[in-house]
Write a protein that binds this ligand. Structure first.
Ligand SMILES: Cc1cc2nc3c(=O)[nH]c(=O)nc-3n(C[C@H](O)[C@H](O)[C@H](O)COP(=O)(O)OP(=O)(O)OC[C@H]3O[C@@H](n4cnc5c(N)ncnc54)[C@H](O)[C@@H]3O)c2cc1C
Length: 156
């Protein structure tokens, strides 16, 4: 027998708590890779006689992407620190998973946009990052469920 009789659901939920910071960390890794690819491309690609990174619109997109990746990373670190210290971390794990995977989806989509047509085809890695990001919003509890978990903790 694994664990105590009648406690299977609690054990399953605790296992999900443990896995969620990991999904958050994977999400931030994907987002960072997409951000790096987009930034490098913006420093190389020339259109209309300029680097696309000289266009303020592209700069603003990259600034938003950078802010969101850092914010997600801090939520993941916060959940991991609480876990390491043996403190309750259900809410932080759900926040880290949902926020980081939403960031991954948004940042990878923006990376595809910055690469334009090259973002959409397999010659560059960002289209794969975008597909990889999507599952992060779905498994280990969909992000709708993470929001239920966070809300339940808020009203506990
Ligand atoms: C590539 C991949 C790998 C996977 N690996 C694993 C694994 O290793 N272990 C494992 O156990 N599972 C795994 N899964 C399953 C995954 O956890 C489920 O697909 C996920 O939990 C969603 O369940 P579902 O597909 O039945 O969607 P459903 O539960 O049918 O949900 C459909 C939609 O309804 C929403 N929804 C459902 N209930 C509510 C609610 N109460 N409130 C608000 N919205 C709701 C969902 O958020 C979603 O948007 C994997 C799935 C994939 C695609």
């Amino acid at each position: 027998m694994v664990g105590r009789e009648g406690q299977g659901f609690v054990l399953a939920m605790e296992t999900l708590d443990l896995a969620r910071p990991g999904v958050g960390a994977m999400s931030i890794g994907i987002a960072q890779a997409a951000f790096d690819a987009a930034l490098n491309y913006a420093k190389e690609r020339r259109q209309f006689g300029k680097l696309i990174g000289d266009f303020q619109t592209i700069q603003n997109m990259l600034a938003d992407m950078a802010m969101k990746v850092e914010a997600g990373r801090h939520l993941v670190f916060q959940a991991a620190c609480k876990l390491e210290e043996g403190l309750p971390f259900t809410k932080e794990a759900a926040m880290a998973k949902a926020f980081a995977s939403d960031v991954a989806m948004e940042v990878t989509t923006q990376a595809v946009q910055i690469l334009g047509g090259y973002g959409y085809i397999r010659d560059y890695p960002v289209e794969k990052y975008m597909r990889d990001a999507k599952i992060m919003q779905i498994f280990e509890g969909t992000n709708q469920i993470q929001r239920l978990v966070v809300a339940k903790q808020l009203f506990a």
